[in-house]
Ligand binder design. Structure first.
Ligand SMILES: [Zn+2]
Ligand SMILES: [Zn+2]
Length: 330
C-alpha cells in the first residue's frame, strides 16, 4: 500500500499485489497523481484499474483525465457513478427573465413554423433547424448539446464524464481485479453511496483496508476491519481544535455529524474497543489541516493501542496531504 495523498485536498492510494495494481481514488490533478507515482517508483502503465470510494472532489478531481490517459476501467457503485456524472456535466441555471425570453422565442418559432407550413419544403426545414437551435443551444454546453442531438453516437472525448470503461460494484458484494479480491463496505458519509474497501492480496494472503470519510464507526465497518494487516483509518480532527477552529458553524456541524468525518477521539475509541490488534501497520489518514495536528492524531491512536504496539505490529504512521508516504510492503 502506498498512500500518494490523504486529506481534504486530495486522496489517492496505490494497492499492489502480484501482477495487479489498483489506484483507490484519484483526488488530485492527473499531472500531480502521475508526479507522485513517479516519486514513489510506481509505474502508471502497470495500473489495472481505478476504484472510487465516493464522488467528493477530493477523491475524484483527476479521475476522468487519468482514466482516459491510461485507458483503464473505473470501478464505482452505480449511485456514485451517477452522482459523479451529474457533477461532471455542466449545467447552467436560468433566471426567470431568461426563461420568459426563451418561452417567447419558442412561441415565435412555432408561429413561424405554422406560417411556413404553406411555404415551399426548404423553408420549413430552415425554420425548423433554427427553432431547434434556439431551444437547445441556450441551456446546454456544447458537449451536452451534441450528446442530446444524437444519444446513440459513441461518447466523444468532449464529454467531461467520458471514461474508457466503467464497472459497477455493490457494497457488501465482493469482486476481484486480477489477483486482488475486494470487499466494499458501506460507510456513513454525506455522499451518494460511499464505500470503504478491504483488499485481499491472494498471492501473499495479505489484507489491507481503507476506511476514511466516515462520520462514525458502525457495526458493519467494525466487522469489515477485522483481521487486516494494514489499515488506513481516518483520524480527521481534534474535537477541541474543530470547535475553536476557523470553519463556519454549518461546516463544523457537517464534519461532526454522523455522516461527516472521524475525529481522533472516535478513531482512538475504535482502536481501543473494537480493533482486534492484528495489524502490522495502522495508517492514520484524512487529517484536517485546519483542525488537527499530526502529533495529536498520533498520540490519541498510540494511547489507544497502548502496549499492543511493538516493532512487529501495530506500528502507527501518518499519511499526509503534501507528500506521498513511503510504500508499506508486506
Ligand atoms: Zn474526503
Ligand atoms: Zn468525502
Amino acid at each position: 500500500m502506498t498512500v500518494l495523498a490523504s486529506g481534504s485536498k486530495g486522496n489517492a492510494t496505490v494497492i499492489a499485489a502480484g501482477s495487479t495494481t489498483i489506484l483507490v481514488d484519484a483526488g488530485m490533478s492527473c499531472k500531480e497523481l502521475l508526479r507522485r507515482m513517479a516519486q514513489v517508483g510506481e509505474d502508471p502503465g502497470t495500473l489495472n484499474a481505478i476504484l472510487i470510494t465516493h464522488e467528493h472532489l477530493d477523491h475524484v478531481a483527476g479521475l476522468s483525465v487519468l482514466a482516459r490517459r491510461l485507458k483503464i476501467p473505473v470501478f464505482f457503485t452505480e449511485q456514485t457513478h451517477r452522482a459523479w456524472v451529474r457533477m461532471m456535466t455542466p449545467r447552467t441555471t436560468m433566471s426567470y427573465t431568461k426563461w420568459l425570453e426563451l418561452m417567447q422565442r419558442e412561441k415565435e418559432v412555432r408561429a413561424e413554423q405554422t406560417a411556413a407550413a404553406c411555404a415551399p419544403q426548404e423553408e420549413i426545414g430552415d425554420s425548423g433547424d433554427q427553432g431547434m437551435e434556439a431551444v437547445s443551444v441556450e441551456p446546454l454546453s456544447d458537449s451536452a448539446a451534441s450528446l442530446e442531438a444524437d444519444a446513440t453516437a459513441p461518447k466523444v472525448k468532449a464529454d467531461p464524464a467520458f471514461l474508457p470503461a466503467v464497472e459497477y460494484f455493490r457494497a457488501g458484494h465482493g469482486f476481484s481485479i486480477g489477483e486482488i479480491d475486494i470487499n466494499p463496505f458501506t460507510i456513513p458519509h454525506d455522499a451518494a453511496d460511499p464505500c470503504g474497501f478491504v483488499f485481499h492480496a491472494r498471492p501473499e494472503s495479505i489484507r489491507m483496508a481503507i476506511a476514511t470519510d466516515l462520520g462514525y464507526v458502525p457495526p458493519n465497518v467494525k466487522m469489515a476491519l477485522k483481521h487486516v494487516d494494514v489499515l488506513l483509518l481516518e483520524s480527521n480532527h481534534d474535537l477541541e481544535m474543530l470547535k475553536d477552529g476557523p470553519y463556519p458553524w454549518s461546516v463544523k456541524q457537517r464534519v461532526l455529524s454522523r455522516v461527516g468525518h472521524l475525529s481522533n477521539a472516535a478513531a482512538a475509541e475504535f482502536l481501543l474497543h473494537d480493533y482486534d490488534g492484528g495489524a502490522h501497520t495502522i495508517v492514520l489518514g484524512h487529517l484536517s489541516e485546519s483542525n488537527n495536528l499530526p502529533e495529536l492524531a498520533r498520540l490519541a491512536a498510540e494511547q489507544a493501542i497502548g502496549d499492543r504496539m511493538s516493532l512487529l505490529g501495530n506500528r502507527v504512521v501518518l499519511a499526509t496531504q503534501d507528500v506521498p508516504m513511503d510504500p508499506i510492503c508486506l
